[in-house]
Ligand binder design. Structure first.
Ligand code: NDP
Length: 251
């Protein structure tokens, strides 16, 4: 079997948090590769705008609510009949010293960044298992491999480490039934999530001086990898954690 170049012609691709930041660039890249898009976003205005621009479908979804996720998956299957790929991109970050993190903040971060990824994998996975094929792409972080500095973000780092290991666990369970589950772990990427940190001169200096390439990444530099992992160009990959970080974790 020979690997193919990336194309997603007429494939049904869901992107959670697909209306802004990295998710929006992933949505654009999936569309450019030929996919039929579903944007599963919490904020209606953001999701609607992206769906309109990219001629996709918007389904309001809160990934922390498993019934919202299962309704979203059911709606996609009702209108398209199948799911070829889901990109679990929705995520949040909080920068709080660990001794000051409240129970509520800990649970909020874990519920979006880890519970949400699991609910989406499980609900889309059920449909993919019925089909006998499907690609799941989880957006982890290099924060699941190293702990960032100087900003404190233990809950985020713990959740992202969980996403990487969840990916490997599901890949092993589902490989024999036709599913591939992979993870992308970005380094620092210029989005609304990192805007405030990048404007802080101490953080910016630490981030850039720890990155061999000396710059932040563009969301499109994550999106191209997501298309690759969604497509049959990565047909022999499952359980992989693809780190895309300008070299950060190599130092
Ligand atoms: P943004 O803050 O720009 O976007 C986050 C997205 O997640 C938004 O679309 C947001 O939707 C969505 N979202 C948040 N909570 C929920 C929820 N409960 N249900 C559904 N959607 C939700 O972040 P980025 O684009 O920077 O991050 C995207 C992913 O990449 C995240 O998983 C993040 O952890 C990861 N990442 C980012 C890095 C970076 O440097 N930027 C580095 C490493 C990983 P809404 O608009 O509705 O709020």
């Amino acid at each position: 079997m020979s690997a193919a170049l990336p194309t997603l012609l007429d494939q049904i691709v869901i992107v959670t948090g697909g209306g802004r930041g990295i998710g929006l660039e992933i949505s654009k890249a999936m569309k450019a590769a030929g996919a039929k898009l579903v944007i599963a976003e919490a904020e209606e205005a953001v999701g609607q705008a992206a769906a309109l621009e990219l001629e996709g479908m918007f389904i309001q979804t809160d990934v922390t609510d498993s019934s919202s996720v299962s309704s979203m998956v059911a709606a996609v299957v009702a209108s398209h009949g199948r799911i070829d790929c889901i990109v679990n991109n929705a995520g949040i970050c909080r920068n709080t010293p660990s001794e000051d993190v409240t129970d509520e903040e800990w649970r909020l971060v874990l519920s979006v960044d880890l519970d949400g990824v699991f609910y989406c994998c499980r609900e889309a996975g059920k449909q993919m298992l019925r089909q006998g094929y499907g690609a799941i792409v989880n957006i982890g972080s290099m924060s699941g491999v190293i702990s960032n500095h100087p900003q404190p973000q233990a809950a985020y780092n713990a959740a992202k480490a969980g996403v990487i290991h969840l990916t490997k666990s599901l890949a092993g369970e589902w490989a024999s039934r036709g599913l591939r589950v992979n993870c992308i772990s970005p380094g620092y990427i210029g989005t609304p999530m990192t805007k405030l940190g990048f404007e802080n001169p101490v953080w910016r200096e630490a981030w850039l001086s720890s990155t061999p390439m000396g710059r932040m990444g563009e969301p499109s530099e994550i999106a191209s990898v997501a298309v690759f992992l969604a497509s049959s160009a990565s047909s022999f990959m499952t359980g992989s954690n693809v780190v895309v970080d300008g070299g950060y974790t190599s130092w």
